[in-house]
Structures are given as structure tokens and as C-alpha cells.
Design a protein around this ligand. Structure first.
Ligand SMILES: [Fe+2]
Ligand SMILES: [Fe+2]
Ligand SMILES: [Fe+2]
Ligand SMILES: [Fe+2]
Length: 407
């Protein structure tokens, strides 16, 4: 059954404000929660934060006071939505537990998007990125057992494997090589626009999170690992945001943001296992439909084009959290040794990459390697959740570019 968001009025914007009692949501039970329910909560927090920051940036360049007031009204509601969604996370969870959940989101969200993405260049961008967050999950999980004496399988269950991916130490590329080519807003499949916005928003909240929580730790290795992976999330935001056509008008971007929120709340309402959270996704879907109406009114008034040129007539199939173990393993087998050069991908340790590596590592092992060594020293072996047999290409992970031709 198709769902055309433009045919649903949703809740009018002036009836969306919630009082303190309605905002006071009970948190998820960390010991009973479906890991993918927690993943959906984290994604929607990232999406709401992006909608708020986007609206602030829009307001800062908008000279029309009436438009500014309209943006402020929708943005205040987005801010309430963000509070309700993110306050579902339990205070009982440690920062590192939330971090591991963030990396599980990055793996299973990006892998799903890569599988569903119709454009080959965009698909490659997601395939490339997922192997890196997959490795972050492994590094943080080793840190977790070392400093909190608990196992990451409590958090990820056995839905996502915790094994080495493309080694974190080779994620440090020259910033020039993190800028991809954008899609063309006039010819791109509408689904591709939603994918790019979604993954960009998720990576952005991860970047923001590590920037702020990293220094809360006492243990030197934890502080250092957050610095290292925090810098890679900066690279990931650069990588994904550059996929979006910078020629989109501000009105068009606003419509895309609201449309994407509709798409994701609709997707999660359809796939949610927890009835209480499902009801919240449904409420927020109806709010977003009202916000989309506001955005479409602004678009009609100021952009001048037909809305049909910008949005699809029906929502795509729901974005779904589900295991992607075989898919990630296939990427490990075929794309471990990829890096980037300019806007493209190569299997060469090219000169700009090697110079960056020399400078940032300064001849020493980075924190992402030290954390595994320290874990082995303390426990005799590293921590893994390896459910599906030997890790593809593991023998090459020490130096994935060894033996490759120099350009
Ligand atoms: Fe929202
Ligand atoms: Fe990551
Ligand atoms: Fe990332
Ligand atoms: Fe919205």
C-alpha cells in the first residue's frame, strides 16, 4: 500500500505543543530493550537534532521576519520532539554503552542504506563507510570490557558481529580525499536524497557526541580513543554531506528535511517491536505531516517551482533495522583495501594518504591499536562477538595496503 505524505494533513502545527507531563517519557529498560528499538531511538535523535540545526542555519541567512517566525515555531516543536526521543535513553546506561549503540546504528543503518541505494556511486560511499564504523564498534567493545568489565553482547546482542573491519588506523585520510561528488538534484532518485540526509545526520550526531563525552573519562586510553574516532567521524560527516547537491534551494532543503522525518517515523512505526514506542513513532509521524505542510506552503510561496519536482509521490519501502552480517562480511572480503583519492576510490597507498598517515601517527601505534594490545595483555585475548566463522581477509588487516602497487 502506498503512502503519499502530501495527501495527509497530520496534526496542525499550532496543536503540536506538549506540556511537561507529556514530555516526561519513561526511559527504555536497558536490560530488556530490543537493541534495534534503541537503534531507532538514536537515529531519530540524530534526525531531530539535524532538523533543529538546519532550521537555525536557515534562520540565520533569512531576512524575512515572517519566515523566521514560521521557522521558529516548527523548530520549537522539533526541539520538543528531540527531547522526548532522546530522553528515552536510560540514565543507567554508561557513556560507553551508548557509544557502542551508536556504532551499532552506524553499521546496521549504513549497511541497509547501501543495500537499498539505487545509484552506484552513492552505494559505494555507504559501502566504504560501513566498514569503518564496523571497526569502531570492535575497538570500543574492547575498551568497554577493559574499563567497565562488561561485554558488548549485552548491548548489540548477536544481531551485529563485533570483529575487526578496515583497521581504524588507516581511516585517517587527507581531508581533500574525504570530499565526494554530489548527486544531481534534478535527476537523482528521490530515495537517494533521503538516504544521504539520514546517514549524514546519524554520523553528525556521533561526531557531536564524541566531541563532548570523550574528555569525561579518567582512563588515558579511553580519552585517546575518543579523540581518534571522533576525528574519523569528522571525516565521515565530510564524506556524506558532500553527496548532497549544494544547488538545492533553502525551501527545497526544508521540504526534504520534513519529508525525510515523515519517511523515517513512518518506517519505524511500521517496524517497531515495542508497542509503547510504536505509538510514539505514530504520534511524531502525524506531527511531521503537519510540519511538512508548513514547509510545502513556504516552498509554494517562495521557490516558484512545482512541489512535484522536489518530492516523490509516495514513500519508499520502510527503512529497516535487521542483521547485515553476511553483507558486511562480503564487503570485508571485497573492499577491505579501498581508500579514497579525490572524489573516487582506489586500492593504492597513494602519496597524500601516506603523508597524512606519517604525520598523524608520528611513528607510533594509534589508540585504536593500543586498546587491542592492552586488552590482550589483560585478558589474554581480544574481545569479539564472532558468530559466522573466520573473518574474511583477517590476514591482511595488519596493513591492508601492503603489496599493492604504488601509483
Ligand atoms: Fe521532527
Ligand atoms: Fe564510527
Ligand atoms: Fe562514522
Ligand atoms: Fe520536522
Amino acid at each position: 500500500m502506498t503512502f503519499n505524505p502530501l495527501e495527509h494533513k497530520g496534526i496542525p502545527i499550532d496543536r503540536q505543543l506538549r506540556n511537561w507531563r507529556e514530555m516526561n517519557v519513561a526511559p527504555l529498560d536497558p536490560d530488556a530493550v530490543d537493541p534495534y528499538t534503541r537503534c531507532r531511538v538514536i537515529v531519530m535523535n540524530g534526525i531531530e537534532v539535524e532538523s533543529i540545526m538546519f532550521s537555525h542555519h536557515f534562520a540565520r541567512v533569512c531576512p524575512d521576519p515572517e519566515v523566521k517566525r514560521t521557522l521558529a515555531e516548527s523548530r520549537y516543536i522539533e526541539a520538543q520532539q528531540q527531547k522526548v526521543v532522546n530522553w528515552l535513553l536510560p540514565g543507567a546506561a554508561s557513556t560507553l554503552e551508548t557509544t557502542i549503540a551508536y556504532e551499532q546504528v552506524a553499521v546496521d543503518l549504513t549497511a541497509w542504506v547501501a543495500r537499498a541505494e539505487p545509484d552506484p556511486y552513492l552505494k559505494q560511499a555507504y559501502q566504504f563507510g560501513v566498514l569503518e564504523d564496523f571497526d569502531h564498534l570492535y575497538r570500543y567493545s574492547n575498551l568497554y570490557e577493559m574499563i567497565e568489565h562488561r561485554k558488548a553482547e549485552r548491548i548489540v546482542d548477536d544481531l551485529t558481529e563485533v570483529i575487526p573491519g578496515r583497521p581504524t588506523k588507516v581511516h585517517h585520510r587527507h581531508p581533500y580525499d574525504n570530499v565526494r561528488d554530489p548527486y544531481d538534484r534534478n535527476t537523482v532518485n528521490p530515495l537517494s536524497k533521503l538516504h544521504a540526509l539520514t546517514v549524514m545526520s546519524a554520523e553528525q550526531q556521533t561526531m557531536n557526541f564524541y566531541m563532548n563525552v570523550g574528555p569525561e573519562y579518567m582512563e588515558p586510553i579511553a580519552r585517546q580513543l575518543y579523540q581518534e574516532i571522533g576525528l574519523i567521524e569528522e571525516e565521515h560527516v565530510t564524506h556524506y554531506e558532500s553527496l548532497v547537491d549544494p544547488g538545492e534551494t533553502w525551501w527545497e532543503r526544508l521540504v526534504n528535511h520534513e519529508y525525510n522525518e515523515v519517511y523515517l517515523y513512518h518506517s519505524f512505526m511500521e517496524t517497531e517491536s515495542d508497542p509503547r514506542i510504536k505509538a510514539l513513532w505514530e504520534l511524531h509521524l502525524n506531527m511531521e505531516l503537519g510540519q511538512l505542510q508548513v514547509a510545502c506552503d513556504l516552498f509554494r510561496k517562495h521557490d516558484g517551482r512545482d512541489l512535484a519536482e522536489v518530492v516523490a509521490p509516495a514513500l519508499p519501502a520502510p527503512l529497516t533495522f535487521e542483521p547485515n552480517k553476511a553483507y558486511v562480511r562480503e564487503l570485508l572480503a571485497t573492499q577491505l583495501d579501498l581508500t579514497t583519492l579525490g572524489a573516487g576510490y582506489v586500492r593504492e597507498a597513494h602519496e597524500r594518504f601516506e603523508r597524512m598517515q606519517e604525520q598523524i601517527h608520528g611513528g607510533e601505534q594509534p589508540p585504536s591499536e593500543q586498546v587491542i594490545d592492552l586488552h590482550r595483555e589483560k585478558f589474554g585475548e581480544e574481545y569479539r562477538v564472532q558468530t559466522d566463522g573466520p573473518v574474511p581477509n583477517e590476514d591482511k588487516m595488519g596493513d591492508p595496503y601492503a603489496g599493492l602497487a604504488r601509483p
